[in-house]
Ligand binder design. Structure first.
Ligand SMILES: O=C(O)c1ccc(O)c(O)c1
Ligand SMILES: [Mg+2]
Length: 630
């Protein structure tokens, strides 16, 4: 696989862009004219810089409003082209991308355009250059790759070929079978981009909302399958116009780009095994059976407080690590680990972020395969110091820098608790409140990083992403999207914060990073759990009485049920498939959230309608008296 990315896709000046693109493993780069124009140096300097970072300049673009012009504009367009050919020769690239004209003076007609391209092809050939024609979805006369192809076909010149761009084809829902019959040697380059499905003007959508294949909703995989069926084996070049990417981390966006391409070809190969894909073999996406544990890094003092809280919530101190300063708390199938080591990754994490849930352990089908797949997709493998007789638990770094450990049932990893921990207290000895398993884990990140996290999870794991919902925090909107395993035993909610004044944004600012902020623990009987918690001396987050009046009216609840909810501070939601109950622990530390949930029937949500009310309650608590609002 030969990969490339357009400079327009990422932030920085040309030098920064090249460095990030090269570091992410791309072979080539498309020079977008504006990046070149803004650069203070000659085209030769740019060419040398690209060469020095090991990148081939795959093309120079865009050359606009060329075909179908009447005189005198036609002649001037050829003069312009010659000037750009000069630049290209100095840059050291042989391909010019010509996008279909939007000029109001341009004339239609396939043969007229073909004649123009024939002449351009002649001029390019004299210099050993090539010209690729791309149909913009909003082109004046040509806005469909089938028409662009017909022009290229009639041009019938070896130096003139077609540029396919998944965005333009998919945005107009053009039939993809039409790509399969194009001769591969007439496709000069393939540009790839995805986009979320939003109803809007095509040009605006394209210039601001494109994202990496797999991050949006367009059938890029089907597009790529059609391209692969032609036998095309040239560059696959990402061309992503995206406002957030332009302002984001060039390094991170480049890594996402490479990941998206590898995953795309992996999908094509699995979908149509007859197509040869030039990427190394890797295991298929991995099924996740749930979250086996959450691990906090803490100092002694916070560990003591967290331990007391957990005991009040019905957990028992079930084990101590055989060689490390690590304690296991357990209730039902829920394992919470507190790490107070003074060295190693947990400690560094504590030093940087303070007490936080820096690691999670996932139950997977095959831990070794998970790491192999993650590595093929560009994830960073984590290696840890392993004491004598201890297990080497496969792990990778997550997007925010935290750790994700993998445990499976086929190896000794299944016995990790027995092998690495000495029992302290039997599970039956605590004041259990009926918590059974981890329902979901919530991670918080800056809003513009959400696509990275989503791509990371859905490319490695057999999981889907739900549509985005808005969570209303009194201080701003938080975007929320959920990653769910097919059997729903693995659920992650991702919350993207924009303002530091939201509870989610405050958490990122206070912990100096994104990561696990929220644990939702399941019970089969929320009212029994609430009663037992009360007996343990626990006081839940107080919800406003106005909320209960509304819930009672909105859902037509029996007044008796509403009273039970009200007196226990339980939040309620319902969808077509079932009911949902939530009970919150007042926030811990710098905004860490624990809630207890009961799903009745097949309720599939996460209580998003309740979020504004519990966030308001949490913020009331977090505001020390006499201090300004968050
Ligand atoms: O938005 C544009 O003008 C534009 C230019 C060049 C491209 O390759 C493209 O896909 C879009
Ligand atoms: Mg394009």
């Amino acid at each position: 696989m030969k990969t490339s990315i357009a400079t327009v896709s990422i932030a920085g000046d040309l030098a920064e862009k090249f460095a990030a693109i090269s570091a992410a493993g791309f072979d080539g780069v498309e020079i977008f004219e504006n990046d070149f124009l803004a650069f203070d140096g000659s085209p030769r300097d740019v060419g040398r810089m690209a060469g020095d970072t090991g990148l081939t300049i795959t093309l120079f673009q865009p050359f606009r409003d060329f075909e179908g012009l009447p005189e005198p504009q036609r002649n001037r367009a050829f003069d312009r082209a010659e000037r750009k050919f000069d630049v290209m020769q100095e840059l050291g690239t042989d391909l010019m991308l010509v996008c279909s004209s939007v000029s109001p003076v341009s004339l239609g007609g396939i043969d007229r355009a073909a004649m123009d391209f024939h002449e351009l092809g002649e001029r390019a050939a004299k210099r050993g250059l090539r010209v690729g024609y791309e149909a913009l979805a909003w082109g004046r006369h040509v806005n469909d790759h089938r028409d662009a192809w017909e022009i290229v076909r009639r041009t019938d010149h070896p130096s003139v070929g077609l540029v396919l761009d998944s965005f333009h084809t998919l945005a107009r829902r053009i039939e993809l079978g039409s790509i399969r019959s194009i001769p591969a040697d007439k496709i000069f380059i393939v540009q790839l981009a995805d986009a979320p499905l939003i109803e809007m003007d095509l040009l605006y959508w394209s210039r601001h909302f494109r994202n990496m294949p797999g991050e949006g909703d367009l059938p890029v995989r089907q597009f790529m399958q059609a391209v692969a069926a032609t036998g095309y084996d040239g560059y696959l070049s990402l061309e992503i116009f995206n406002d957030q990417f332009r302002g984001g981390s060039a390094k991170a966006i480049s890594v996402d780009g490479r990941r998206s391409l590898v995953w795309l070809l992996d999908q094509v190969r699995r979908e149509e095994p007859a197509l040869e894909m030039a990427i190394p073999p890797m295991p298929d996406r991995i099924g996740v059976g749930g979250v086996e544990f959450i691990e906090f890094a803490a100092d002694r003092q916070d560990a003591g407080q967290l331990g007391s809280l957990l005991r009040m919530l019905g957990f028992v101190e079930a084990g101590r690590h055989v060689s490390k300063d690590v304690t296991l708390y357990r209730q039902g199938e829920i394992n919470i680990v507190i790490n107070t080591e003074r060295q190693g990754f947990a400690h560094s994490s504590f030093v940087v972020h303070g007490t936080s849930a820096y690691a999670m352990g996932l139950k997977v089908e095959d831990a070794a395969a998970t790491v192999a797949r993650a590595e093929a997709l560009g994830a960073e493998i984590f290696h840890q110091r392993v004491g004598p007789g201890e297990l080497s638990i496969p792990a990778i770094r997550g997007v925010g820098g935290g750790l994700i450990y993998f445990l499976d049932a086929k190896t000794d990893l299944a016995k990790v608790w027995d092998i690495e921990f000495t029992p302290v207290m039997p599970a039956s000895s605590g004041n259990g409140v009926g918590l059974t398993r981890i329902d979901h884990v919530g991670q918080t990140m800056a809003q513009d990083e959400m696509p990275s996290w989503l791509l990371f999870y859905v490319s490695i794991f057999r999981a889907t992403k739900t549509p985005m919902v808005d969570i209303v925090d009194p201080a701003g909107l938080v975007r929320s999207q959920v990653i769910e395993g097919l059997d729903k035993r693995f659920r992650l909610t991702l919350n993207g914060a924009e303002s530091h004044r939201t509870l989610a944004g405050h958490f990122i600012a206070e912990t100096f990073g994104s990561g696990v902020q929220h644990l939702a623990l399941a019970t089969d009987d929320i009212f029994a759990t609430a009663a037992k918690l009360q007996a343990n001396g626990f006081e839940p987050l107080q919800i406003s009485m106005n909320y209960y009046d509304d819930v009672e009216a909105r859902f037509g609840l029996d007044p008796e049920v509403a009273d039970r909810l009200r007196s226990a501070n339980i939040l309620y939601d319902r969808d077509d498939n079932g009911e949902f109950f939530q009970l919150y622990v007042p926030t811990f530390g710098k905004g860490f959230i624990i809630e207890f949930v009961e799903r009745r029937g097949a309720y599939s949500g996460y209580g998003a309608p309740n979020a504004p009310f519990r966030i308001a309650a949490q913020k009331r608590l977090m505001r020390p008296k006499g201090m300004p609002k968050l």
